[in-house]
Each structure stands twice: as C-alpha cells, then as structure tokens.
Design a protein around this ligand. Structure first.
Ligand code: PTJ
Length: 247
C-alpha cells in the first residue's frame, strides 16, 4: 500500500491500477509502455489539469451533449484506469460503450467487458461478431467496429490512441475527442478536441461538466480551436521545464 502522504502517491496509485489491469488480462505489455510515456508527459505538465485542459473539457462536454450517436471507445489502459468513469460518462451523455483494441483477442475483450459490467455497464458493444463492420484505411484490429456503435457514431471518444486510428476515424467522417497527455502526438493534433490531461483526472471533470451543462442551454454555434488549445498546453510544458531547470 502506498501511503497518501507519499509525495508521488497519486502517480503511484495510477501505476498500481495499471499493473493490476495487466495482471487481470485487461492491459497488454505495450500498454504499460504507453503508460510510461504518459507519466513522463504528466510530470512535465505538473500532474494537474491546466486552464487549457479545462477549456477542452468544456468543449468536449458540448460536443458530447449535442451528439446524436456518441460512443466511448474503450481500450485496455482506459478500462484499467477509469472503468467507473466510463460507465458514468455513458449514463450522463447517453453514449454507447464499445470495446476496440489494437492488440485484440477475445479473452482480453471479455476481461474488459467483465470489468465494465462490474462497474455498472449494461450494454457493451464490440463483442458480438454478427455486428462487425470495417472502417476503411486502417490496418490493425481496430478497423473492426460495431455497426451499432462506432460505425454509425457522429462523435467518438478515443483516449490513449495512436495516430492512425484517429486519422482513419476522421476520414470516415467522425468527430473525435481524445485524452492525450502528449500535446504533440499525431492523435492530439488530428482530433477535433484533445484534452491534454491524465484520464484519471480528466474523466471525472468531464462527467461533472456534462452534468452541469445538461442543466443549461447548449450553444449550437460553440467553436473550439484545437490547435490553439494545444499550443497553450505546449506553453505550460515550456514554462514548467524552465521552472524545473532554473529552480
Ligand atoms: O489496449 P490496446 O490493445 O488497444 O492497446 C492500447 C495502447 C495504449 C497500447 C495503444 O493505444 C498505444 O500504443 O498507444 P500509444 O500510441 O502509445 O499512445 C498512447 C498515448 O496516450 C501517448 O501519447 C501517451 O502519452 C498517452 N497517455 C498515456 N497514458 C495516459 C495518456 N494520456 C492520458 N492519460 C493517461 N493516463
């Protein structure tokens, strides 16, 4: 057990969740490496949600609540880190939950679905081959999507992703929201809205924002400049690096 008073308690708890997810068969080895990259970026963004990320969360809540067929795409890392939050976000926004994996196997899909169900999910898409469809221009297993979910979605949340999938989804006409701690990644730069924050912090903030905005009138003309927002995150990193090296 990591004591709460430990200076790095939060990041060590996140690491523990991911390792548990790996032991339960949700996360692949490559997912542990992807997490390491995320940790590094989290460290230099100061392990907190920036003003730029709050703005992106607000924009994401807008897009979610105005969507006709929103879908939350779940991979191994996301399922290990935020199972409860995935279910809560789906409830608040009416989004569907779909399991979609890079390193796909029936066993992993079942382990992820079981974790989501334990956390209250009713319907989980991406498991039944009778509903499989293919996204064009994508090589990996992630091209297989559910015809009731990502295939017909207008808005898709795809956290912790690689660039190819985001590009393919965009070419397929989807609007993409992502969480990515690296504001320079291809996913971050291709998505319509990139929340540069750890999913473990940002998901709860997104749920709260959706709850709050559901009670008010949504602005259909709401505009968001993702490139400008990403540049603000890059500035946060630059300033933190300067502070760290000049302290
Ligand atoms: O479960 P699977 O089979 O679908 O595989 C999933 C992985 C994560 C292996 C796959 O999507 C992958 O290889 O991802 P990448 O290309 O390494 O991209 C992951 C991105 O997410 C990187 O830019 C990381 O900085 C970022 N990231 C890592 N952890 C977090 C994160 N962003 C937000 N929150 C995190 N906790």
């Amino acid at each position: 057990m990591i004591p709460r008073s430990h200076p790095r308690a939060a990041s060590l708890h996140i690491r523990e969740k991911l390792v548990n997810g790996y032991r339960k068969g949700l996360v692949v080895e490559e997912g542990l490496l992807a997490h390491g990259r995320g940790e590094m970026f989290d460290y230099i963004i100061g392990e907190k949600t920036s003003k730029a990320s709050y703005d992106a969360i607000k924009a994401a809540a807008h897009m979610f609540l105005l969507a006709k067929h929103p879908v939350i795409s779940v991979n191994g890392n996301f399922a290990a880190l935020c199972p409860k939050e995935v279910v809560q976000l789906a409830r608040v926004t009416g989004a569907k939950i779909e399991v979609n994996l890079f390193y796909s196997s029936e066993k992993r899909k079942a382990a992820i679905a079981s974790t989501l169900k334990k956390n209250g999910a009713d319907q989980i898409l991406g498991l039944d081959k009778r509903f499989s469809q293919k996204i064009p221009r994508l090589d990996s297993a992630r091209r297989i999507v559910d015809e009731r979910g990502i295939f017909i979605a207008d808005v898709v949340l795809v956290p912790l992703e690689d660039g190819d999938r985001t590009i393919a989804l965009k070419k397929f006409g989807k609007r993409v929201i992502t969480f990515d701690l690296n504001p320079m990644s291809r996913t971050a730069r291709t998505a319509d809205i990139t929340i540069v924050d750890n999913v473990t912090r940002g998901m709860q903030l997104l749920i709260n924002m959706c709850k709050k905005m559901k009670r008010s009138r949504l602005d259909r003309k709401f505009k968001f400049d993702n490139k400008k927002n990403l540049n603000q995150s890059i500035l946060v990193i630059k300033n933190n690096l300067w502070r760290m090296t000049h302290a």
